[in-house]
Write a protein of this length. Structure first.
Length: 371
């Protein structure tokens, strides 16, 4: 495939999504910068006078102000990207009411999880002294493991209907593919995406007994059994190669580096802005600002590792199914349904793609030697 072969509507869609992502990121950083360096240093004393000396109330007030500014500030871009653009390109089945309802659910779930994580972080920060960043990494690992267990069984069903796949023919194919692995076929579920989108997707989610393969209902409806088999084998490849476990290990190393960087940076910057050191809850926007910059700097490496994992799972699917034709048609269909650019600019792929471009995946499949 060449860039010239990419339909113009796909190019336009991808440009719009990239513009929204880039604009939203820049705007979020700008808002965090204003809050961290101008707004909170100016009104921090007023907040403390209003809520009193209780550090937990100060944290709640600081978090509420920060989240409100970020959500309201980026809401127009989010609406344009996730609702307007999706409808313009015929990819969305979502009503305006449905979009609003899902956004409200997201805010509620995010508020609960966010405050739990922030409370844990600042609790460690206030109790652990100079070694807080080490204990914060331990706490983040525990939170990651807990969230990994509950994501597919508690959080995901809040937003989507998730039910076991009951197609006997598919289940028989899945059992055959799963032989010799530790993934139970009972862990294959249908994710009802069609209420919102015409896109197709699949994923491996969960840890331990909550581990499961999720197949979008749009994929199950529009793909042949052989193509579904290939997609399942790809997700099975993530399980066999232990990609989730490897991602968690990487997350531990990046987390300890991030918390150490927060400690060093805020130790120098926070007092100059009038904050009471790294543990001052009013300095939360500054903490998030450091974390956001670190995440942006690290994202190309994380994306590269993710793309490597995807290639490994592709190779596993080809080896396991021995069906190159079904692999080609399945991933070409995914690209078509999702309006993915098969051959984006290499710099765009390197910076922003956590999955390899479809063109490179198909080329790798064609180059793979037959068994």
């Amino acid at each position: 495939m060449s860039n010239d072969a990419t339909p113009q509507d796909v190019k336009r869609y991808q440009r719009q999504k990239l513009l929204a992502m880039f604009g939203g990121t820049i705007l979020s950083l700008l808002l965090l910068s204003l809050l961290a360096f101008l707004v909170l240093p100016a009104i921090g004393p007023l907040i403390k006078d209003s809520v009193g000396p209780n550090a937990w109330l100060q944290l709640l007030a600081s978090a509420a102000l920060t989240v409100f500014c970020l959500e309201v500030g980026t809401l127009p871009i989010d609406f344009w990207s996730s609702y307007v653009v999706e409808h313009q390109h015929g990819l969305s089945n979502q009503t305006l009411g449905g979009w609003i309802g899902k956004r409200l659910k997201g805010w509620l779930v995010g508020a609960v999880l966010g405050m739990l994580l922030l409370s844990g972080l600042y609790g460690i920060l206030w109790a652990a002294g100079n070694a807080w960043w080490i204990w914060a990494t331990v706490g983040w690992l525990a939170a990651t493991l807990i969230l990994g267990r509950i994501l597919p069984v508690v959080i995901l069903p809040i937003f989507y209907k998730v039910v076991p796949v009951e197609n006997d023919d598919l289940l028989s194919r899945f059992r055959k593919l799963s032989e010799g692995t530790t993934l139970a076929v009972e862990g294959v579920y249908r994710l009802d995406l069609s209420a919102e989108t015409k896109k197709a997707n699949a994923a491996l989610a969960g840890l331990g007994r909550s581990r499961r393969v999720l197949l979008g209902d749009t994929l199950l409806a529009d793909f042949s059994p052989e193509e579904i088999e290939v997609v399942f084998a790809h997700e099975l490849g993530h399980h066999v190669h232990g990609h989730l476990a490897k991602s968690i290990v990487l997350n531990v190393f990046t987390s300890i580096l991030a918390f150490w960087l927060i400690d060093v940076t805020m130790g120098r910057v926070a007092p100059a802005l009038g904050f009471d050191g790294v543990g001052d809850p009013i300095a939360l926007p500054l903490l998030l600002w450091v974390l956001a910059l670190f995440g942006l700097a690290l994202s190309p490496l994380q994306n590269a590792i993710s793309r490597k994992h995807e290639f490994e799972s592709d190779a596993y699917a080809l080896q396991r199914t021995q069906n190159r034709d079904a692999f080609r048609t399945a991933f070409a269909k995914l690209a078509q349904m999702n309006k993915s650019d098969p051959n984006p600019h290499p710099l765009v792929e390197w910076l922003f793609y956590d999955h390899p471009a479809i063109g490179r995946r198909l080329a790798a499949a064609d180059a793979a030697p037959p068994k």
